[in-house]
Write a new protein. Structure first.
Lengths: 111, 113
């Protein structure tokens, strides 16, 4: 069974600094997708970034980028120039036949 | 374009009561999903649907039923609510299951006393 592990229950970062959230996953599949979702206090799940496993190039979306290491089954999220609005729970997710979530990392942004 | 909407936003039930959560999407998506989220955990799939008139079980289907009579709506029913069903429920939809991103609704917070 596929599993997703986020080893950092909580992280904090100073405003304008950079932070990296870790995610590892376990799978025997070769074709899959990886996602980072953000869940602010409003509880809505918001897609931050998506990576196709067959693509070697790391996905980027403005201040958000990933470090995808397929052989190591690692998918970390880097947030540059952190803003107060980035404070939220961040969930890593893996998808082949179904979407599997990690338990989340709570990110605090300090002014 | 409202995306995915959920009704109600919050509900309190007594043990044994029944209720239905409504999910609606206006993106013409084929696939729809119901998840629950509990403290310290990610989302877990309850049931899903791959098209109008079809439903299938996810990871944690016990105690829930679903129906997809119309493509745009996916209903989640609790026939006899239990305190263990206290959770936040999220609906999601996607164009298809494998290739496309799932879009989530705002969630429904359910408290069963």
């Amino acid at each position: 069974a596929q599993t997703v592990t986020q080893s950092q229950p909580e992280m904090s970062v100073q405003e304008a600094e950079t932070v990296t959230l870790s995610c590892t996953y376990d799978t025997s599949e070769s074709d899959y997708y990886l996602f980072w979702y953000k869940q602010p206090p409003s509880r809505q799940m918001i897609l931050v970034i998506r990576q196709e496993a067959y693509k070697q190039q790391n996905a980027t979306e403005n201040r958000f980028s990933v470090n995808f290491q397929k052989a190591a089954k690692s998918f970390s999220l880097k947030i540059s120039d952190s803003q107060l609005g980035d404070a939220a729970m961040y969930f890593c997710a893996y998808r082949s036949k179904k979407l599997v979530f990690g338990k989340g990392t709570k990110l605090t942004v300090n002014p | 374009n409202a995306g995915v909407t959920q009704t109600p936003k919050f509900r309190v039930l007594k043990t044994g009561q029944s209720m239905t959560l409504l999910c609606a999407q206006d993106m013409n998506h084929e696939y729809m999903y119901w998840y629950r989220q509990d403290p310290g955990m990610g989302l877990r799939l309850i049931h899903y649907s791959v098209g109008e008139g079809t439903t299938a079980k996810g990871e944690v289907p016990d105690g829930y039923n679903v129906s997809r009579l119309k493509k745009q709506n996916f209903l989640l029913g609790l026939e006899s609510a239990a305190p263990s069903q206290t959770s936040v429920y999220f609906c999601a939809s996607s164009a298809n299951r494998m290739r496309k991103t799932q879009y989530f609704g705002p969630g429904t917070r359910l408290l069963v006393l």
